[in-house]
Design a protein around this ligand. Sequence first.
Ligand SMILES: Cc1cc2nc3c(=O)[nH]c(=O)nc-3n(C[C@H](O)[C@H](O)[C@H](O)COP(=O)(O)OP(=O)(O)OC[C@H]3O[C@@H](n4cnc5c(N)ncnc54)[C@H](O)[C@@H]3O)c2cc1C
Ligand code: FES
Ligand code: FES
Length: 1298
Amino acid sequence: METTSSQRQSNDLAEDKTAAQRYMIRVNGVLHNVKNEDPRMSLAEYLRSILHLCGTKTMCYEGGCGCCIVVLEYDNPAKPEKRIIKSMNSCLFPIGSLLSLKNHQVITIEALGSVKKGLHAIQKRLADYNGSQCGFCTPGFVMQMFGLLKNKPNSSCQDVEDNFDGNVCRCTGYRPILDAMKSFVKNTDTKLGGSFVDIEDLVVCPKIKRPCIRSSLGEIASSTRPAEGTTSMLFSKDSRKWFQPTELPQLYLLMQEYSHEAVRLVNGDTAKGVYKKDGPYQVLIDVKGIPDLYEVTMGPNGLKVFSNVTLSSLIDYLKQYSDQSPSYNVIARHLLKVANGPVRNAGGWAGNLMMKWKHREFESDVFVAFEVAGAKVTVADIAELNTYTPVQFLDVNMKGKVLLCVEIPKLTESEKMNSFKIAPRMQNAHTYVSAGFRVRLKALDNKQLVESISMVYTGINRTFVHALATEKYLQGKDITSNVTLQGALTTLEKEIIPDEDNPLLASAEYRKSLALGLFYKFFLSLLSEGLVSPCNRSAMFALERHISTGKQTFSSRPEEYLLTKPMPKLNAHKQASGEAEFINDLLPLPNELFAMFVLSTEGNATINHIDRTAAMNVPGAVAVLQASDIPGSNTFMPPPYMVEEILSSGPVVYAGQPVALCLADSQRRALEMVEVVKVIYQDQKPPIVTLDEAIEKKSFYPPPGKGLLVGDPAGAISESPCKIEGEVRAGEQYHFHMETQICRCVPTEDGLDVQAASQWLDLAQQAIAGAIGIPAMDINISAKRLGGAYGGKATRANLVACGAAVAATVLCRPVRCIMDLSTNMKAVGKRHSYIFKYKVGFNEDGKLNGIIITYYSDNGCSPNDNEVGESLVFSDNVYKCKNWHLIPIALKTNRAAHTWCRSPGSKPNIFVIETILEHVAKFLSLDPIIVKQKNLYAQGDITPLGFDLPYCSIQDLYSSQIEKVDVAGRLQAIKKFNAEHRWKKKGLAVVPLKYGLYWTQSYYLCTVSIFASDGSVMVSQGGIESGQGLDTKVAQVCAYALGIPVNNVSIKPTTTISSPNSGPTGGSMTSELNCLGVKNCCDILKKRMDPVKDKLPLGTPWKELVAACFKAKVNLTAHDWVWPDPQPKGAPQYNSYGVTVAEAELDVLTGENQINQVDMLFDCGESINPAIDIGQIEGAFVMGMGYWLMEKVIYDPDTGEVLNAGTWDYKPPFSKSIPINFNIELLKNAPNVMGVLRSKASGEPPQCMSCVTLFAVKHAIEAARQDIGKDSYFPLSGPATVDVIQTSCLVDYKHFSI
Ligand SMILES: Cc1cc2nc3c(=O)[nH]c(=O)nc-3n(C[C@H](O)[C@H](O)[C@H](O)COP(=O)(O)OP(=O)(O)OC[C@H]3O[C@@H](n4cnc5c(N)ncnc54)[C@H](O)[C@@H]3O)c2cc1C
Ligand code: FES
Ligand code: FES
């Protein structure tokens, strides 16, 4: 057939258009062509690096933190008339996969709203409820909520609480975030002050009064999938192919064709969040474009679900068909505990099972649920279909095959099924042990006989699935008999043989006990109510977590507003809209390079050789730098600190130490280079990895201080009628700042411009100057804000700063050095861990006579950030004793040099003295609350360091708080509860606080300038805004002092140009001292302006006053150098006091626990901004709870490498970890005469009371031990993780009975 030229042209155009549309992805209503990109590139990277939509943040790249969440909408492949709208982790989702989703649309935080165009209701609420501190996590929370409301406009409070199982916030303690989100719920608690927002409002920009994005896409993107019959290969690059089949036969053919290559099917692609190093794969086949694989049918044999169905959809289908079989609800409940919402929205059951197939040790919850339910999976290839049980499937040769579908049968009437998952954290955590049980019973006479039973476990060892011997034993047995129960348990005990060789797993003892306990729970649940003793019934039910709530009580002085005004943070709106810029959001400059550290894998060795060849072959590689490339001194800690090498010059002192720096044109490629650098070691020696080893080998740093000897403690103890000795420990804590360590250095004609995420710019400047050998004056450092810090970016930020500076200098190019999460966790030290050994003498009434405590603190491989010598000021907490000996010993180990972490020294020191008081009480069989009360300081008492306590109010606070929160009544109720429940226990504890605050350890330069042109005011100060609300408080003080509105004040980024020589931000004093400095500047300015003012009519507007002053040649800029003089005898500037009561509930069989209530009374003086201070208090307290109950750093026992360097194994608190009822009261009418504007600090002191949660849990454990007559004292160290807690309960299956 002939065609005219014009016809041909138009046909060509149409084809071109179709071809182009195949590669179009739609983001916020705009189409983008991704043909030239790597289809494996994560959506997050594409959004940030290519589209420069940096409101979406990234941190973990493993689906574990939620800051990268976006919402994705697309046509439901199973029901094209319906749209799917889900939140997703953009860090895991590959851009290539978008091309398979018909009419897809990615919605990012930018589409919701902005400060300029108008905020979205969610953004505004979150900001106005003080739900952001550093703001790094905030866009992720907004998007997750947006996803919820788009799907379920009528969400309940429960939906809101369940919704945030994938979002970490390290700053806020979650309460204000949850409150903000609950304010969208219809019939919300009026206390939350919110109002329900119609879903239509959710897509409308309030300013432009129309939807921010087009929510209906019409057919524009309909051709983003290949037309039928066209090739399904979409990308072929670097010998890798990416296919996009649209029909099953195409998939089978591809599987056959490439059966000899490394093939990966791409569905949710979330598995790489768990197994990052799988691959490499030459062939990637995106299966999402195959409609047949989304099919779900309910038939007579059960529910048949094809393999593209995501976990979220599967859960929905199971709930939809739950009337068909009770097991469907059980499976749905179990699957809801898999990962988190965004991962379940993308990830499918098939991918999960394949992970188990590939990695037998993988604790797959899908596997457990399917196996126990009797599900059958179908495996298919081009030739045949075969059906297997999940267990059989593990041994199928999957070469060239796909998982096609699963059929989940219905339970028969006589069957019962249940499943359990016990994990280190309630949300988003892999299991320690999961178990599923299904039994068929037959009633005969008064008996219940087992006809068949299936008992399935994961988390025991690589191969253990069915408890076959126990299943066999139970056959035909009567379950109403204790003999059957004990017989089954004895058999089970023998056949459960947990692995012991993996330090990442909970102890074998725990997992075995758990396996038995879970079976016991199931066994009891089979029996009718009358058969189980009321006490034992408590085994059956999971802990009930109600909707969390809390009260924040404070007073303020409206007559003095702006001072004491509980106003939101100035930048909160920008944080909630994603417009607040962090360093990694800065657009790359022309020629900019990305740097990543190569870390040592040995803990004590010498580097023989570093082979860079493979790294330099990575596309985009530019250089691999070593120690010899450093132009100046190879240390990131300037004198007088001890040397800590930027890159090892040979000696390796810990596993995780940087040994080389890879530079490439993108972060991903720099990481790829790191993977292939080969480091050859020699002279390997056994490293000192544990504190015990260091003590045994006397591996000590020179004494960090003299210690403290007051009176004659040894004599006092020996003469005391009662004495105890003990040991207790406190572990490490990873700071978990959501913005990992980062710095960008740009060579300029002036030297070097540096953007550093540092709490201490002056030190970073000194370190860089030394490392590149130029004077400090040529280095200009600035910091606008930090995405969390908590002490981890004080001295440790120098490492990335020096790395970037060295590379920028050597290569004469801008360099951004960022640590990925794993590098951050391995290379950088954490909170110091401790072993405390103590001896105490006391009277029969509990009065203390003499105390000797040795503090062994692990400093890691450098003594630089030692804290143990300086923290003795906290050792007494609130307790009076005449004789003390406090001995600080800093241990030298082959671990990263540890550093300050929020409440350094104080938190562990207060814990040990509280432990001592609890120990004394137990020894005397007295109530610890009374014993503590007996020993409290009174006003005018003298502390061991010789400081008097002129304003000490702790006795009053203590008694009023325990009365106010009805401790006596609640203890009675707890006693009753514990007597009635054998397997659930409650406990209550009280921890008081005295916290000495020093002002002498820091110094800042503050400047206030008034612009003559319009009277607006610019402030620069020496502290760094890191979420603590510093900028807002400073602006409030400035505005108040000058008598102008707060929006007339602008707080500028902190720089070494405007605030040189300023000290570190930390120790809770930064806000106060900078407020003081700014207030002093304002006083200077006012003094200069007053003569002019006096000549003007009363009430002359500020702007005119300023203009008149300028004309009168008044200098409108004032500086203040704040460095207060020490108090007499080196005493603290003032003490903060507080009392916290906590109540815990515990599942004795599993160790799971929850904090039912916390009531804190805290003396914050007259808070400058109570909303900010309460935020600080709650955030600090929850971080403390994480430390005492959850967060554990696990080291390789041979090398000392951190093994749990990621969100999969390291578990900070999530939104359901917080106290269910969380009440904070700021002491009223308590002006601090020694403070700035009568205020007191809030950042660190309250965290020291967080150990109250551990003690509350401990009392619950004691109640469990009482039941078996083992109620003697035992130490409970932190972190008391669920496994430790359960083991402390001394659970013995022989005590299990009906
Ligand atoms: C943060 C996080 C937390 C998690 N927590 C849990 C947890 O608590 N419990 C738990 O059990 N799991 C957990 N997981 C695992 C999660 O359930 C899986 O990542 C997810 O189900 C995998 O599905 P996917 O579609 O993303 O698979 P993909 O990542 O797309 O694929 C995974 C593997 O399966 C193969 N595959 C995919 N589809 C098929 C098919 N149809 N036929 C053959 N092969 C196929 C792929 O080739 C690939 O090898 C977690 C994961 C993350 C990221
Ligand atoms: S960066 Fe995506 S979940 Fe952490
Ligand atoms: S505000 Fe959530 S991590 Fe800082």
